[in-house]
Design a protein around this ligand. Structure first.
Ligand code: DGJ
Length: 667
């Protein structure tokens, strides 16, 4: 591939002209400090600096460099090395430099220096330091101050990527490139590695870039810039595709990478090979597609990782390398048919909230043989994008065939992707009719309130197979405070929020939930099908069909289990997504007298249940380990909320103790 650069002298001249334009646009230069035809940082060109510069690279070389002509580690002081481990682009020999001639490639590129733009360094941890450009506190007008770069490039199309490490509050960035505003006032979040990309076309041999914030009034609102990459659009030839096939071939892919990522990689590789096997196949668009599929699937190859211990609080990925989405969940052992072969085997099943897209989502399921490594089995109950989707989308059409209009309205309301809240799903298998029943906290606004927690209902969905799709049956208010007891929230009857299920040794199942505006916990008996209450609220008998626990104590996140003939109930306080102190209770029977035993956590100096909230407690019979399962919610990034699984120690008198262990194994 030959990329002819424009005549070098012309480039320098253009940079001089550009310098004037940049000055007026606020690139922070004093007009008097440099001659009009040349920016101050440019050394005077020798007689013929790069008169007929051209840039020749083979398709393979371009491929190996990922088509990157420049990769600038902005504001690095020690140019010539790449301190944060960046490989250089093909047109540069320095990690950053003031605009001028690159000593090795002889191409002109770099930043336009100014007293208003300063180099600053941040520690990224583990000995890594990152540099970035910031605007000086003394800059007279932050709205006009910009960070400007120019790059000699051949005419053509480019992808420009800008990176920002932001240790400050939220900033806004605009980017001008080739005379166009490519990014307008976009947010750069704090502590995130923010990356922004756009495509641009260069017709004059120089790519001009300016990062600014025209709305900045104080230096704290001014722009920052950490790195830049400039990648050229590939030239889609057979030569390129065969170089790609050659360099992206992985012989033992299935051994090294996750099943799903290998599957799409192998099919892209096979398609590219098949295409190349015919000499007459030359179509640019076809080559482009094959190349893109191969390159993308190759980049997506995900290393297999096998866990052999629990790491509470760390990111926990499934067998495909994707962070597990099963918050507010439940783990239990079930005999289930293999979805592909139908063979029955005992598996651990974990169901929980899908928070991939934040607050609202459906219910996910995972399976495991060892409790450490989890395979994603899918979204077993989806939320509903619209009422229309229930009758138009195949998935919903089949699932809700036979539902009346009114019933469909109810499904759309209770599972609405924009408005419904689906939390704390729990699964129970009904041996009698071989049905899987999913209960969850079904909430959302009502006709009279816009609050996300106005409905305060318990929802039920059913399926004949463990991984659904689950068909929504209904959402209900449940039992109410008997007239001879003090209702802590008489204005709204039968509320049901945080919930859990428990199946006793005789097969009777119970729902345990926060009611009376979360002030009182209830335990209510389920019917034989496990799909509703044993007795409807109007007829329910206190003490037989339901009980109220700890009125006014404000407990939620219940997890009930039976150990050695004693019933335990773990709970949290009610502080939204923020963690608080746990408290557990014991009883001799589910509907019996429950006694408070206090906080089971040992060494939890902040009294926050090790920054978690209970969701399930279960026994691994094999190792004899009881496991506490909690959620460490991150309110602003709910999708990244973590799982806190800890071993429980039972003392001789049956008291429960939980200590934090950052890494542990089943015995
Ligand atoms: C605490 C509950 O336990 C969670 O399930 C969730 O409803 C949050 N409150 C919402 O603030």
């Amino acid at each position: 591939m030959v990329f002819p650069f424009k005549n070098g002298v012309k480039q320098v001249l253009k940079a001089g002209v550009l310098a004037v334009a940049l000055l007026s646009a606020g690139c922070g230069r004093e007009e008097t400090t440099f001659p009009a035809e040349m920016p101050p940082s440019v050394a005077a060109p020798t007689a013929e600096p790069v008169a007929s510069q051209s840039f020749t690279r083979t398709a393979k070389e371009m491929l190996m460099a990922d088509f990157t002509l420049y990769r600038v580690d902005c504001a690095t002081k020690d140019t010539g090395i790449f301190p944060t481990g960046f490989p250089a682009g093909l047109c540069q020999s320095q990690s950053d430099m003031p605009y001028g001639e690159d000593p090795v490639t002889k191409l002109y590129w770099g930043y336009h220096g100014s007293p208003d733009i300063l180099s600053e360094e941040d520690s990224l941890g583990e000995g890594v330091t990152a540099f970035k450009w910031v605007v000086s506190k003394n800059a007279s007008d932050p709205s006009k101050t910009g960070i400007c770069y120019d790059f000699s490039v051949p005419e053509g199309n480019y992808t420009v990527t800008l990176g920002f490490y932001n240790p400050f509050g939220v900033r806004k960035i605009s980017v001008e490139c080739e005379g166009k505003t490519e990014i307008k006032a976009e947010k750069i979040l704090r502590y995130n590695v923010n990356e922004k990309s756009f495509e641009t076309k260069v017709t004059d041999g120089i790519l001009n870039l300016k990062v600014c914030n025209p709305d900045a009034h104080t230096f704290m609102e001014s722009p920052i810039l950490s790195y830049i990459t400039i990648a050229s659009e590939p030239e889609y030839t057979r030569e390129l595709l065969s170089a790609a096939v050659e360099s992206m071939r992985v012989d033992n892919a299935a051994e090294l990478y996750t099943e799903k990522s290998v599957k799409s990689y192998l099919s892209a590789l096979e398609a590219a090979e098949k295409f190349l096997s015919k000499e007459s196949n030359n179509g640019v668009n076809q080559i482009k597609q094959k190349f893109k599929d191969l390159r993308e699937s190759y980049k997506m190859l995900t290393k297999k990782y096998k866990y052999d211990s629990f790491n509470p609080g760390a990111v926990w990925t499934d067998t495909e390398g994707t962070p597990i989405q099963a918050h507010g969940g439940q783990v239990q052992q079930l005999e289930i048919p293999d979805p592909e072969t139908g063979k029955i085997s005992t598996k651990w099943v974990w169901v929980g909230e899908d928070k991939t897209h934040g607050y609202r989502g459906g219910v996910c399921a995972y399976t495991s043989d060892d409790l450490y490594n989890w395979k994603f089995e899918g979204i077993i109950m989806r939320n509903v994008p619209s009422r229309r989707a229930l009758e138009k989308e195949e998935y919903f059409k089949d699932l809700y065939a036979g539902y009346s209009d009114a019933e469909l309205d109810n499904v759309a309301l209770a599972l609405d992707a924009e408005r419904a809240v689906i939390e704390r799903p729990k699964l129970i298998y009904n041996e009698k009719n071989r049905q899987y029943v999913l209960w969850f906290h079904a909430d959302g606004p009502t006709a009279t309130s816009n609050s996300n927690y106005a409905a305060a209902c318990a929802g039920v969905a059913v399926s004949d197979t463990p991984f659904g799709p689950y068909r929504f049956v209904g959402r209900y208010r449940l039992n109410t405070c008997p007239p001879d007891q003090e209702d802590k929230h008489p204005q709204s009857k039968g509320m049901a929020r945080d919930m859990n299920l428990f199946k006793d040794t005789d097969g009777t199942a119970y729902i345990i939930y926060s009611s009376e505006e979360n002030l009182t916990l209830y335990i209510s008996k389920l019917n034989e099908d496990y799909t509703y209450l044993e007795t409807e609220p109007e007829k329910a008998v206190y003490g037989k069909d339901f009980i109220r626990l700890f009125p006014g104590a404000q407990r939620e996140a219940p997890a009930l289990f039976l150990k050695d003939g004693r019933y335990y109930l773990m709970t949290s306080g009610c502080t939204g997504w923020a963690p608080n102190q746990a408290r557990y209770y014991v009883a001799d029977s589910v509907m019996g007298e429950w006694t408070s035993k206090g906080d089971p956590c040992i060494g939890d100096s902040n009294h926050t249940t090790f920054e978690s909230q209970s969701t399930c407690i279960f026994l691994d019979v094999n190792s004899g380990t009881w496991i506490y399962m909690g959620d460490r919610w991150f309110a602003d990034t709910l999708n990244d909320s973590r799982y806190i699984w800890l071993p429980i120690v039972f003392k001789d008198n049956g008291d429960m103790e939980i200590s934090f262990v950052s890494n542990w194994k089943l015995r």
